[in-house]
Every structure is written in C-alpha cells, then in structure tokens.
Design a binder for this molecule. Sequence first.
Ligand SMILES: Cc1cc2nc3c(=O)[nH]c(=O)nc-3n(C[C@H](O)[C@H](O)[C@H](O)COP(=O)(O)OP(=O)(O)OC[C@H]3O[C@@H](n4cnc5c(N)ncnc54)[C@H](O)[C@@H]3O)c2cc1C
Length: 381
Amino acid sequence: MDCELSEEHRLVQSTVREWAASRLLPLAAEMDRTASYPPELIRELGDLGLMGVFIPEEYGGGGMDTISYCVALEEIARAEAALAAVLSVNNSLDCYPIFAFGDERQKRTYLPELAGGRKIGCYCLTEPTAGSDAGALRTTARDAGPEWVLNGTKIFVTNGVEAHVLIIYARTDPGPHGHGISAFIAEKGDPGLSVGKVEHKLGIRASSTCEIVLEDCRLPQHRLLGERGNGFRIALATLDGGRIGIAAQALGIARASMEDAIAYAKERHQFGRPIAAFQANQWKIADMATRIQAARLLTYRAAWVRDHGRRHTREAAMAKLYASETAMWSATQAVQMYGGYGYVQDYPVERHFRDAKITEIYEGTSEVQRLVIARQLLDAS
Ligand SMILES: Cc1cc2nc3c(=O)[nH]c(=O)nc-3n(C[C@H](O)[C@H](O)[C@H](O)COP(=O)(O)OP(=O)(O)OC[C@H]3O[C@@H](n4cnc5c(N)ncnc54)[C@H](O)[C@@H]3O)c2cc1C
C-alpha cells in the first residue's frame, strides 16, 4: 500500500495549483459578487485537459484517472468553488454518461467539444416534486416516429444557462419507482427547450443554476442515450462518480478555510500576542487539518476503487458525506477564528462558509448519503 501521490499526480497538482493561484484566486471575490465567470476560463481549463479529465485522448479528453480528477478539483475549489462546480458537472455528469453509455456517434459528436472546453454540459434530473426521490420524476418522453417529444420542467440545473449539451432524464414507459426512465442528449437550441427561472444562490454564486423547461421539445431518435428504460441506472451510476468529485470540491473549500485561518491567526494580535498563540485556536487548526486529511484519504480511496473498475457506490457516498461535512465544519471554525472579520465580505472565509453548504446538499444530501451507506451495509450482511 502506497499512501503517497504518484509523480504523475503530483505534476497534475502543481500544474493546476499554479494555474488556480495565478488565474482564478485573484478573480474569486469578484466572481462571487457578480455571480458570473469570464468564459475564457473554460477554454483554458479545456486546454489543461481538465474539462474531460478521465475521457480518453482519442475523444479529446485528458486521458487521466479519477485520482488526478480529485487532485485537480481540490486545487480549483481551493481557489474558487463555483468554477469547481462547473468543472465537476461537465466532467462527471455530462462527459461521463456520454462516454460510458453513448454510442460511437454520440461520443465523437459531443466529447471532443465538451472535453476541450468549447462547449459546456449539464445534467437535468431534479424536478420540483422529485429531488432526493429522483425516481419519481414526471417529465415525459413520447416516441413520435422520427422524434422523441419531451415535456416537463427540470430545476436546479448547474450550468443550465450556458449549457450546449444537456443530459435529460424522462419517463418513456410506465413502471414502478425508478423504472421506465430513459436518458437523452439535448442541445441548446433544440425546439421546445428553454431556460426558465435563474436562481440567486447563497454560495457557488459564479456558476449558473436554473430551470430547464421542455414544451413539446423534439429530439431526433438518435439522441436516446443508452437503452430505453435504462435511464435511472445511468443517472445513479453517473452520481457515484459525481459524488467523488463533490468530495474533492469540498476538500478544496475545507483547505481554503484552514489555510486562510492559519494565515490570519499569525497576523492578528489580541492581548499583545498573535491569536495563533491561543490554544483554543491551535486546536481548531489541528482538528481542521486532521479532518481534512481523513476526508482526502476517503476521497482518494473512492477514486482508486473506481479506477480499478469496481463498484464504488458506498465509497463515493462515504467520501462525499465526510468531505462535505468537513468543509462546512472547517468553514465554520475559520469564520469563528476571524471573529467579526469572518462575518464581513472583506475576507474570504465568509465566502468559503457560503460555498461549503451546497456540498452537503447536491448530488444527494448528507441524509441520502447515510441512507446509501446504510443500505449497502444492510444488504451485504
Ligand atoms: C445549487 C444547486 C445545484 C444543483 N445542481 C443540480 C444539477 O445540476 N442537476 C440536478 O439534477 N439537480 C441539481 N440540484 C438538485 C439537488 O441535487 C437537490 O436539491 C438535492 O438532491 C435535494 O433534493 P431537494 O432539494 O428536492 O430536497 P428534498 O428531497 O425535498 O429533501 C428535503 C430534506 O429532506 C431530507 N430527506 C429527503 N428524503 C429523505 C429520506 N428518505 N430520508 C431522510 N431524509 C430525507 C433531505 O436530506 C433534505 O434535508 C442542485 C441543487 C442546488 C441547490
């Protein structure tokens, strides 16, 4: 057993860390304030191989493994968490299902553009009445000869405003919970597809989140992704990988909280001493570092299991659960260590605190991760 990153992973880490520190970190506060990001950043990430990290090079991807993906996402999120959300959705929730379940034509059509950062993808599963219970979705897709006709409303779609390639889950057949659902690839500009309400969010503000409205949306037959009726399986397999990405995003936010808190604790003086001299603050730092390292090991372990082609549902849920709660906890400690300055926008920990919360909610809440883990253990015994 080797707990160190390989030379290749360290190279990914140093390259992305350098890019994030020079290119992203200086823009982070402004991106949060304006709830937007410069679009050229996506192209730059594509040039670095980060928009399709584990997509093979023959389809225009980075040809790397899931550990590289985690290392890269942590570095991006350490600088700015919203761009990490954009990146993780494009990689895990759009490129992955097309690569794993798409036919050759779909792979050749979409992957080079998505992995190259020339197009952006999104994942449309959640509906107003189907969140944690995604298998209860109501959007329909009717087989109408040469076309599929989709009707329904998807909500909370990350990247929805900019997305050119949309993975949409819809009910094609009647059936019990989770059955009769199929996956489709839609494109921006498809007739009957539009962007609805755009959300104003607490955190990861630079990424877009919106409704996608489908009103007699017509898709050619060849846009069915995978087999008819296999959509829920595709959605869940996609989320297994996605959750590893969210764990890595959470790690980045947790690390940002800790590193900013350490720097501040050395510089801020009270009672004639730096506040880092007080044991109460030292313990906060020690606990943050320990939890972050534990979360990182869980995340790398889930990535390793995935890279070895093994089922990783439980590992991904554990990594996401622990890393997201570590991010929220660490950001809370950091705000406390900054005192009043942690509560105002002049310092970055207030942003980390807001950004951390979403990692406990999307791609399955912490409660849902606990359900997934418990079910796996109960089924196995
Ligand atoms: C910023 C943002 C971005 C998002 N991006 C996307 C995206 O790109 N694509 C997409 O499809 N979705 C996306 N989502 C949706 C997200 O995945 C859901 O919000 C999440 O899965 C929870 O669903 P819900 O909001 O309907 O909450 P609900 O399911 O209504 O849950 C409410 C509460 O009840 C708890 N709960 C529910 N069921 C159980 C249970 N069985 N046991 C115990 N507790 C339970 C939950 O944990 C939660 O605390 C995004 C959401 C946000 C806020």
